[in-house]
Write a protein that binds this ligand. Structure first.
Ligand code: XBP
Ligand code: MG
Length: 259
């Protein structure tokens, strides 16, 4: 008899919202301009940089693996956190302007899950301030209180694909992985959730469509809405055409890829 479902744990960037190309990337570039670095990350370059999770880690990766430490200021390691703070400021300002909406089905599903009595949590690589800004500017001032746990950023030593952030969220929820379901958009995110023992629903986006999603319960192009069905990419939707709590219960109960 499978364990009963108690909580849903969501990734943020790429899953709740397409924040990367139109949010984080723009904010990194504004911070580079502010510090007169003469760097610009275009959409393609940023796609390659997403191999490394975490903004500070991504800046460092660019300097070492793309610039080979040429055209990089002296004492760059000390500048990275300063640059990243500026990036976070630009990013939260972008969100405040209403520039970045939630993905299809996200608001509907979060509201339905709350009504059904499922607990909600976040497990993300991004900075806590960014999570607050995204949730409050899309769902309203009280949206933070919808989530029992927000596990974000540097609170764990190893970011995704390590399992640490999901393990941390499970500890804070005081639930075993078998009673939760994770929601991810990327290969690195899926490795992290699977590593913590979680069944995982994947919704893809432009940056992650070709990723390897072996081990996911199901892969969809988005969560869908009653009048706008998802496209099934991998797995068995059992006749459902938008992701709601009944479909999540079905995926959770059926013998899965990760049980
Ligand atoms: C997304 C990330 C983050 C953001 C940038 O993580 O990898 O690094 O791109 O955020 P997730 P910071 O999909 O797990 O939410 O600059 O705040 O690190
Ligand atoms: Mg993600």
């Amino acid at each position: 008899m499978p364990a009963s479902l108690k909580a849903l744990i969501f990734d943020v960037d790429g899953t709740l919202s397409n924040t990367e190309a139109d949010g984080h990337r723009i904010a990194f570039n504004l911070a580079f301009d502010e510090y007169k670095l003469g760097w610009h990350w275009n959409i393609d370059t940023y796609g390659q940089l997403l191999a490394v999770t975490g903004g500070k880690e991504r800046i460092k990766y660019f300097a070492t693996d793309f610039l080979h430490n040429k055209n990089v200021p002296n004492d760059f390691d000390a500048l990275i956190p300063v640059l990243h703070q500026a990036k976070t400021r630009h990013y939260t300002e972008l969100l405040a302007s209403g520039a970045i909406p939630l993905r299809p089905g996200v608001e509907r599903l979060l509201k339905e899950a709350r009504e059904t009595g499922l607990r909600l949590a976040i497990a993300t690589t991004t900075t806590p301030a960014n999570v607050t800004a995204l949730l409050t500017h899309t769902l309203g001032e009280d949206a933070i209180s919808w989530f029992d746990v927000i596990a974000a950023g540097d609170i764990v030593p190893a970011k995704k694909p390590a399992a640490d952030i999901y393990t941390c969220a499970l500890q804070k929820l005081q639930l075993p992985a078998a009673q939760c379901m994770a929601f991810e958009d990327s290969h690195n995110g899926l490795l992290s959730s699977l590593g913590a023992g979680l069944k995982t629903v994947v919704t893809t986006n432009d940056y992650t469509t070709g990723h390897d999603f072996t081990g996911a319960e199901i892969v969809l192009d988005n969560m869908g809405e009653p009048d706008s069905p998802f496209q099934l990419i991998q797995g068995d939707a059992n006749g459902y055409d938008y992701l709601d709590c009944r479909m999540i219960e079905y995926l959770h109960q059926k013998p899965g890829n990760n049980t």
